[in-house]
Design a protein. Structure first.
Length: 440
């Protein structure tokens, strides 16, 4: 019976887990804006960055609490296993003053930090640490937004490549059927048919490759979304709509690169290193604290009487102030202070380097975006010409003016330029996203 119960319990847990997985599997129909929002909401890296902020807030309060009143209680029991003499009650008040077999000492201590330079610096450091965590979350979100936009554009590029390839395949199959009929009537050589068959075979191979790439591209998006890989995903935007939503030529503009999150993080690092320098110097200052201690003492030769309500206690209350003064550390503190000062200077230099680096990256990104836009315009013109050339060669081939080899060259050229045109749009989107990320 026990085995049956365990087996049923196991099946219940298994079904519950499978139900949970089924609930996570959803269908998604997303625009680029919705995809970015979903990634920022669900991505585990973003969630971890948020948890680190929560941890930083708790750490800040933990540091603050060190300087607030502290109350601690202690109970100490002592058993005199080997006694030199029996317990003695000197004043006859019923309380053994010395030599008792059992003693119980509960106490309560209230302590308060009055001054400690390290504590003051610690409060400032906790605030900076919270800023670092918030900036880290912003950087993580920016990264996920950028990666999602690029992954979305890549998936669209593959989608539209598949659509074009299928259209080209349908058109080519029609040409091939017509050419076969002409060949069967003895008006063309077999090579004409074979040239078109070769082109069709290449298209089919490319289509199969694109289908596999599409699966990989969609899985990359699902990974960024942190959703089940078995979920269905439909992208509602196109490369053209994403591009026209924010024209590339309008993005190449002057902007304050000092808004970059990388520079804010570098500034946080300078603050942190300055506080570490300040912390080492504060360790040379005295530390002062005060305390109030209340002790209750009970002694008895019988343990049962000691813990009974009839037991009498003697109480004492003490108040005190303690001061710790560092005097000499064999110049160890001096070395720590100098080392902290050096690290602070390194952080300042790194901030200058980061600022210059971001400025350089922005200028390079602007140049690359300009080039990508000019390349797009050229590919758009080339596509129009390639379509015109391909149509002319189809007509010439049907009229017997050009060869199948000429037609194949025109078709291959068209297919290549179609892909280059789509790639030029995707490149603009990626370069635009990179530049926008540098401004954040």
């Amino acid at each position: 019976m026990k085995r049956i119960y365990l087996y049923v319990s196991f099946l219940s847990c298994l079904l519950a887990s499978q139900t949970g997985l089924a609930q996570e599997k959803e269908d998604y129909k997303l625009s680029l804006k919705e995809a970015v929002a979903l990634a920022v909401k669900n991505n585990k890296y973003v969630k971890n960055a948020g948890l680190k902020i929560a941890a930083a807030k708790e750490k800040k309060w933990e540091t603050t609490a060190v300087g607030l009143p502290q109350v601690n209680a202690k109970v100490e029991y002592l058993n005199g296993v080997v006694q030199q003499f029996p317990g003695i009650d000197f004043n006859g008040d019923g309380i053994i003053d010395i030599g008792a077999k059992h003693s119980l000492t509960p106490s309560v201590t209230l302590s308060q930090l009055i001054f400690d330079g390290s504590y003051i610096v610690g409060l400032q450091a906790a605030k900076v640490f919270l800023e670092i965590s918030k900036n880290s979350e912003t950087k993580t979100k920016n990264k996920i937004e950028t990666e999602t936009t690029m992954a979305y554009a890549n998936a669209l590029l593959i989608n539209e490549s598949i659509v074009l390839t299928k259209q080209n395949k349908t058109s080519l199959e029609k040409n091939l059927n017509e050419t076969r009929e002409i060949f069967n009537n003895g008006l063309l050589e077999q090579e004409s048919v074979e040239q078109l068959e070769l082109t069709l075979a290449n298209l089919e191979n490319n289509l199969n490759r694109l289908e596999q790439l599409k699966k990989n591209a969609y899985n990359a998006l699902k990974f960024l979304f942190s959703v089940d890989f078995k979920s269905k995903l439909q992208l509602t935007d196109t490369l053209e709509t994403i591009y026209t939503a924010d024209k590339a030529e309008n993005l190449v503009k002057e902007s304050s690169y000092f808004e970059s999150i990388d520079i804010k993080i570098a500034q946080n690092n300078v603050k942190a290193k300055a506080l570490l320098h300040k912390l080492e110097k504060s360790k040379l200052l005295p530390s002062i604290s005060a305390f109030v201690n209340a002790n209750y003492i009970a002694n008895n030769n019988q343990f049962t009487t000691l813990i009974s309500s009839n037991q009498k206690y003697v109480n004492t209350v003490n108040f005190g102030v303690s001061m710790r003064i560092p005097i000499f550390s064999s110049f160890g503190n001096r070395s720590k202070i100098r080392n902290a000062k050096i690290n602070h200077k390194i952080a300042e230099n790194e901030l200058l380097l980061t600022t210059s680096s971001i400025q350089l990256e922005i200028e390079n990104a602007k140049t690359e975006l300009k080039f990508a836009y000019n390349n797009y315009k050229n590919k758009k013109k080339s596509l129009a010409l390639a379509n015109k050339i391909e149509r002319k060669n189809v007509l010439k081939f049907k009229e017997g003016i050009s060869t199948s080899f000429d037609l194949r060259q025109a078709q291959t050229q068209l297919y290549s330029i179609q892909q280059e045109y789509l790639q030029s749009i995707a490149t603009i989107i990626n370069k635009k996203t990179t530049l926008q990320n540098l401004y954040k």
